[in-house]
Write a protein that binds this ligand. Structure first.
Ligand SMILES: NC(=O)c1ccc[n+]([C@@H]2O[C@H](COP(=O)([O-])OP(=O)(O)OC[C@H]3O[C@@H](n4cnc5c(N)ncnc54)[C@H](O)[C@@H]3O)[C@@H](O)[C@H]2O)c1
Ligand SMILES: O=C(O)[C@H]1O[C@H](OP(=O)(O)OP(=O)(O)OC[C@H]2O[C@@H](n3ccc(=O)[nH]c3=O)[C@H](O)[C@@H]2O)[C@H](O)[C@@H](O)[C@@H]1O
Length: 359
């Protein structure tokens, strides 16, 4: 009941102040792009930088961008959680370049678009070195905005549903300011991404930089690190290894899972569109962790045990995107349901783990 009255008051407040989806128009013109961009005779390819492009979402994004022969793609990655192996099919391709680079150091490349994905996404990894995680989110985003300003590039930030923290409004619309612990073990990531969004809008308002912000919700699919500790990769790897599925307490907490190809489609639509965002990109199909475990058990290994284990601090109890804006402004909505996406990820994990399907 409390959630409902809070929700109602929140919606009345945003209606009164019109702050629900206020336009964030800049008063400054964007920096002039390379003169090549407007040349009449030689139309150069679109030069695209993907930071974190050796990672899970980034490598699928590179695959999609490279399908367009008018695109040249440069990946900058420090391989903290990503791998060259995710990009092996592009190494040596004339329209592709791979740089080992840490975004906490400045980077100077002539590009037209920047997809800024560089940041460890798995809680196990971003909690491993919290100072580095917040440096990557703050200094890394500052460096990428400085590059965008210098070369006149449009920049997209992959933010996260974690900016809503442990949400008191459900589902989460972009106008919800969130409920975030500023000093917890997840704050390096949650607050780091919130500062990254702040920097994006400050550069937009102060320097006219063309920005795009995606608030990504839980995404899964092939090429996730098998042991990166995230729930979908954990459950599939456990089911294939005949290990109990570890449901972290209380097990009734919810997440909404988006298949990676839907996510990549949403990111490209956002970059190519005219809306700054922030825009939620995710699948509103919401499941408890117990329901997810039961689905993995049913689809992959019916004989497996499901066991309750301890959780970590500040774990959000619910998460579900309101994707009204993605539908209206991007013409986007997810196509792949969880029960159709899980088998695609299972096939990838079987291949990488060398576990054949039992006939
Ligand atoms: N996968 C999800 O569910 C999810 C949800 C919300 C937001 N996101 C965001 O999407 C982006 C990609 O996530 P992912 O799931 O592909 O994670 P990932 O860990 O697979 O990819 C992140 C990539 O960034 C690289 N990286 C990390 N720190 C770096 C640094 N300092 N300099 C250069 N490269 C660095 C890693 O090596 C890796 O290749 C991240 O920004 C993440 O915060 C992901
Ligand atoms: O979508 C998002 O914005 C965020 O989603 C995930 O963060 P989180 O939801 O905490 O990811 P998981 O570690 O996969 O945990 C999801 C839920 O599953 C539970 N879990 C996790 C692992 C496990 O083995 N068992 C289990 O029950 C966790 O307690 C949690 O409640 C990503 O890791 C973040 O990068 C991302 O920003």
């Amino acid at each position: 009941m409390i959630g409902f009255s809070l929700n109602l008051r929140f919606r009345l407040l945003t209606m009164a102040t019109g702050a629900s989806n206020g336009e964030h128009k800049s008063t400054k013109p964007p920096p002039t792009p390379s003169p090549l961009r407007n040349s009449k005779f030689f139309q150069s390819n679109m030069r695209i930088l993907v930071t974190g492009g050796a990672g899970f979402i980034g490598s699928h994004l590179v695959d999609k961008l490279m399908e367009n022969e008018k695109n040249e793609v440069i990946v900058a990655d420090n391989y903290f959680t990503g791998s060259k192996d995710n990009l092996r099919k592009w190494i040596g391709h004339p329209r592709f370049e791979l740089i080992r680079h840490d975004v906490t150091e400045a980077l100077l490349v002539e590009v037209d678009q920047i997809y800024h994905l560089a940041c460890p996404a798995s809680p196990i990894f971003y909690k491993y070195n919290p100072v580095k995680t917040i440096k990557t989110n703050v200094i890394g985003t500052l460096n990428m905005l400085g590059l965008a300003k210098r070369v006149g590039a449009r920049i997209l930030l992959t933010s996260t549903s974690e900016v809503y923290g442990d949400p008191l409004v459900h589902p989460q619309p972009e106008s919800y300011w969130g409920n975030v612990n500023p000093i917890g073990v997840r704050s390096c990531y949650d607050e780091g991404k919130r500062v990254a969004e702040t920097l994006m809008f400050d550069y937009h308002r102060q320097h006219g930089i063309e920005i795009r912000i995606a608030r990504i919700f839980n995404t899964y699919g092939p090429r996730m690190n098998i042991d990166d500790g995230r729930v979908v990769s954990n459950f599939i790897a456990q089911a294939l290894r005949d290990e109990p599925l570890t449901v972290q307490s209380p097990g009734t907490q919810t997440r909404s899972f988006c298949y990676v190809s839907d996510m990549v489609d949403g990111l490209i639509r956002l970059m190519e569109g005219e809306n700054t965002g922030p825009i939620n990109i995710g699948n509103p199909g919401e499941f408890t962790m117990i329901e997810l475990a039961e689905t993995v058990k049913e689809l992959i290994n019916p004989g497996i045990e499901i066991k309750m284990v301890e959780n970590t601090p500040d774990d959000p109890r619910q998460r579900k995107p309101d994707i009204t804006n993605a539908k209206k402004l991007l013409g986007w909505e997810p196509k792949i349901k969880l029960r159709d996406g899980l088998p695609l990820m299972e096939a990838d994990f079987r291949l990488r783990l060398g576990v054949a399907k039992k006939v």
